[in-house]
Design a protein around this ligand. Structure first.
Ligand SMILES: [Zn+2]
Length: 157
């Protein structure tokens, strides 16, 4: 089986919340695509409940694109402790963190249920499984803890 960087990361050594560059890949035309580990919860110490994580996912899809250019995708980890963020080019972690932080702040403070995109059977694969209440609580917690620029030591929080 192919080696995957994520499985070589010592998950006991990181200090969440943080944003970490996993790697940069280059396509045949030379385009760069960056993959980030956007970790919200300390691994093996907790996880965001599915409904809240699902609502955060839908909201980040819009809020993050409003705050930083080049977002290809942001999708939750199966372990529910964070998200993969895929971006065009090679943006700095220091540019990603403020965009993620302000998106979470907006979830905690500004967003109403009517603002959540994709909450019906047409536009979501499991539209009953959403919780804006949970999304708000977790977003507040992550913003209050501070999102580090480094996975292994708390930088910039
Ligand atoms: Zn959905």
């Amino acid at each position: 089986m192919a080696d995957v960087e994520s499985f070589t990361l010592d998950h006991t050594a990181v200090q969440a919340p943080y944003v970490r560059l996993i790697g940069v890949e280059h396509g045949p035309k030379g385009d760069a695509i960056s993959n980030f580990d956007v970790r919200f919860v300390q691994p093996n110490e907790g996880e965001i409940p599915t409904a809240g994580l699902h609502t955060i996912e839908h909201l980040l899809a819009s809020l993050l694109r409003d705050r930083i250019d080049g977002v290809i995708d942001i999708s939750p980890f199966g372990c529910r402790t964070g998200f993969h963020l895929i971006m065009w080019g090679e943006p700095a972690v220091a540019d990603v963190v403020p965009a993620v932080r302000d998106s979470l702040r907006a979830i905690a403070e500004d967003v109403e249920w009517e603002d959540v995109p994709g909450t019906d059977a047409f536009s979501c694969g499991n539209y009953r499984d959403h919780s804006l209440h949970s999304a708000r609580e977790w977003a507040r917690l992550i913003v209050d803890r501070g999102i580090s620029l480094d996975a292994f030591e708390r930088v910039g929080v």
